[in-house]
Design a protein around this ligand. Structure first.
Ligand code: FES
Length: 122
């Protein structure tokens, strides 16, 4: 058994809070779903930023969050679909497309952003 942490999620758009327990070796999004928590997501593999949250307190481990720039990670954003907890956490959902805009808004024109996703594919 790996250690579990308590994750408090503020789903701002719905005005709801959830508290879930997530083991250190499980993704937070997936564990939440198993516990009946309905959160935004799309790709489930760290590329689209739909599941992005702001981390208000605590520590997250997200080595596969390739859709999130280093800068935004340092500013406290995380992708729940590929995030493991490393402590108890408090997170809140982003404004719609907030992370996407922060990351791509100044580099890409509207309508062209899809092609600009840093997917690191050969
Ligand atoms: S669901 Fe796409 S990055 Fe998490």
């Amino acid at each position: 058994m790996s250690r579990s942490h308590k994750i408090r999620i503020h789903y701002r758009q719905k005005g709801t809070h959830y508290t879930i327990e997530v083991p250190e070796d499980r993704y937070i999004l997936h564990s939440g779903e198993n516990q009946g928590v309905d959160l935004p997501f799309s790709c489930r593999n760290g590329a689209c930023t739909t599941c992005a949250v702001r981390v208000l307190s605590g520590e997250i481990y997200q080595p596969e969050a390739m859709g999130l720039s280093q800068e935004l990670r340092q500013r406290g954003y995380a992708l729940l679909c590929v995030s493991y907890p490393r402590s108890d956490l408090e997170v809140e959902t982003q404004d719609e497309d907030e992370v996407y805009e922060l990351q791509f808004g100044r580099y890409f024109g509207k309508g062209k952003v899809k092609a600009g996703l840093p997917l690191d594919e050969d």
